[in-house]
Design a protein around this ligand. Structure first.
Ligand SMILES: NC(=O)c1ccc[n+]([C@@H]2O[C@H](COP(=O)([O-])OP(=O)(O)OC[C@H]3O[C@@H](n4cnc5c(N)ncnc54)[C@H](O)[C@@H]3O)[C@@H](O)[C@H]2O)c1
Length: 339
């Protein structure tokens, strides 16, 4: 592939960090833009709501914009919807305006699976959208603004709708991060009986790169990026216990406002058009995240095949011992499952 100059908004975030490393490894020039410092790229610190600041990262030499910057998270959006409107809707409009003004051929926009609400069956991209939270509504509005740019032939737009992304560096407000740290502190983990289609972050990056580089069937094209395999909260607990060999103490509660009970992606379009496979097995991905959280020197990330985004776990299972938290043993267990 030719070397491209790619501007990535939200480059200091969880997904942005993984994406920038992958794009650099592929030989592209990556220009990061975020409210916070970005370690991996030519970088600009700024706010997407500020057009002048954005022009420092997006200019006449930009071949592609991948727009990840957003205030993420469903629950917080119920309490402070204004922030979500300002960053996610006004901010996206600015990214579209500046990209068009600088003749950028294509913009990839991160939307979210939350636009579907509950998925009792696998959600296809054409399903009617049902926002349950201001966060979901802000993503629908951002998609709609982008579509107007595509309809007016001002930009080509690929929208991706990621389904709950996990892996090393996951945001601290997300479920896996919360229960890994609660478990390490020896505290019970708060859970409610959700069903989630989880996506390993390197799989997601493969989908983002596909959305950025593959031919699109239309000027505006939407892709689900998930695993296509929903997991119950109980299955998640069993997987965690299998990896760590320890009992996970759970305090069951009910869903927080705005949370869908069940998410499930139909990924056939992304598979056919982007070559996307959300193939990483939950146990392998979770083991990598646990090992990274422990700050161990296992270097599990290096064992992920970045080209395919797939880890190949061995089938060993680890019998629970009931022992208290033992970082060495936990890290070793993670290595066995992920190697
Ligand atoms: N992580 C998931 O499970 C998930 C699922 C669906 C969709 N998404 C979407 O993917 C994108 C990345 O998510 P993430 O999990 O990496 O989140 P993150 O919070 O780790 O990263 C978002 C980044 O955007 C930056 N940002 C926020 N507002 C900004 C502004 N006004 N100007 C400049 N930078 C700003 C933040 O500083 C942060 O570094 C978001 O658009 C999110 O809505 C994430």
């Amino acid at each position: 592939m030719n070397q491209l100059t790619i501007a990535v908004t939200g480059s200091a975030g969880f997904i942005g960090g993984h994406l920038c490393r992958r794009l650099k490894a592929d030989g592209h020039r990556v220009v990061g833009f975020d409210l916070h410092e970005t370690p991996q790229s030519d970088r600009f610190v700024g706010d997407i709501r500020d057009s002048d600041a954005l022009e420092s990262a997006i200019n006449g030499s930009t071949d592609l914009v991948i727009h990840l910057a957003a205030v993420a998270g469903v629950t917080a959006s119920v309490d402070s919807p204004e922030r979500y409107v300002q960053h996610n809707i006004d901010g996206t409009l600015n990214v579209l305006k500046v990209s068009h003004a600088n003749r950028v051929p294509r913009v990839v926009i991160a939307s979210s699976s939350s636009v579907y609400g509950n998925c009792s069956t696998p959600a296809r991209e054409s399903r009617q959208l049902r926002p349950l939270s201001p966060y979901a509504a802000s993503k629908i509005a951002a998609e709609a603004l982008a579509e107007t740019y595509a309809e007016r032939r001002l930009l080509d737009v690929a929208v991706v709708r990621p389904f709950t992304v996990y892996g090393p560096g996951q945001r601290r407000d997300m479920a896996f991060s919360k229960f890994i740290s609660a478990h390490l502190r020896g505290e019970p983990v708060a859970m409610w009986p959700f069903v989630r289609d989880f996506t390993y972050v390197d799989d997601l990056v493969v989908g983002l790169v596909g959305a950025a580089t593959r031919d699109l069937r239309s000027r505006f094209r939407v892709f689900n990026l998930g695993s296509g395999r929903p997991t119950t909260a109980r299955e998640l607990i069993r997987t965690f216990e299998r990896i760590t060999g320890q009992h996970l103490e759970v305090r069951w509660g009910s869903a927080k406002p705005g949370e869908p009970e069940r998410t499930h992606a139909d990924i056939s379009r992304a598979h056919a058009e982007l070559g996307f496979v959300g193939g990483t097995e939950l146990g392998a991905g979770l083991a990598a995240q646990i090992a990274a959280s422990l700050g161990s020197d296992l270097h599990l990330e290096q064992e992920i095949d970045l080209a395919s985004g797939i880890m190949r776990p061995r089938s060993e299972t680890l019998a629970p011992t009931g022992r208290r938290h033992d970082r060495g043993r936990l890290a070793a267990a993670a290595e066995v499952v992920a190697s």
